[in-house]
Design a protein around this ligand. Sequence first.
Ligand code: UDP
Length: 237
Amino acid sequence: MKKLEQLYEGKAKKVYATDESDIVIVSYKDDATAFNGQKKGTITGKGAINNKMTNNLMQKLEKSGIPTHFVQELSDRETAVKKVTIIPLEVIIRNISAGSFAKNYGVAEGIVFSQPTLEFSYKNDDLGDPLINDTHALALGLATEEDLASIKRYAYAINDQLKAFMKTIGIDLVDFKLEFGRLPDGSIVLADEISPDTCRLWDCETHEKLDKDRFRRDLGGAEEAYEEVMRRLTGVE
Ligand code: UDP
C-alpha cells in the first residue's frame, strides 16, 4: 500500500490517501489541545502511544464482535484504516462523574453510577460541540433512527468490554468518547481513537489521573501517565 497526498489535518491526527481507494492512513501527532483548541501544547511520545493503544483495543473489540475501521498498523505512528464517512456525533459514555458532567450538573467528581450514561454531542468545532439528544440528531439529519440504535448498542457493548479489560490492568474507566463511521455499504463501524486523549482513566487504587486531564488541568506528568497506561496495556499480553 502506497501513502499518497494528505487529505486532512486535525488537532491530533493527519489523514493520507493511499493507492487503495477504500483505505486511508492515519498518522498520530504529539500535539495536544484542550477546551476546543484554545489550549495548545505537546505531549512527547503521545502519538505513538495513542496509535498503538487504539489498535490494541480495536483488535480486542473486533474479536468480541464490534466492527471497527482498523486494518493494519504500519509504524509507530501510522495505521491503515477503512475509509469511512464520519457520523458527526461524539458519543460519550460515563461510568463515574467527572469533567463536564460534574460541572454541568453541580456534582463532585468520582461518583460511581449504578449504570452508565450515554450522551451525544454534535461534532462541530464552530459551535463548541453542543450536547444534543436523539431527536436533535434526527432533525439535523446527522443519522437515522437505525444508525442511532446501532451506535448506542455498540457504545454500551464497547463500555462493557473496555471497563472489564481496564480493571484487569488496575484502571477505572471513568468516561470516554467514541466516534463512528459509515462504510460504503451503509454499515456502521467504530472509528477515530481510544486513548488517554479520549478516555478518563484513573488508577483503581490511588485514583491518580492517567489521561489528558493532566494536560488540561496543568497537573504535570502527562508523558509519564500515557507511558504508564501503555506499560500496563502491553504488560498483560
Ligand atoms: N472527550 C473527547 N473529545 C471531546 C470531548 C470529550 O475525547 O471533544 C472525552 C474526554 O476525554 C472524556 C469524555 O470524553 O474522557 C467526557 O468529556 P467531558 O464531556 O467531561 O468534557 P471535558 O471535561 O473533557 O470538556
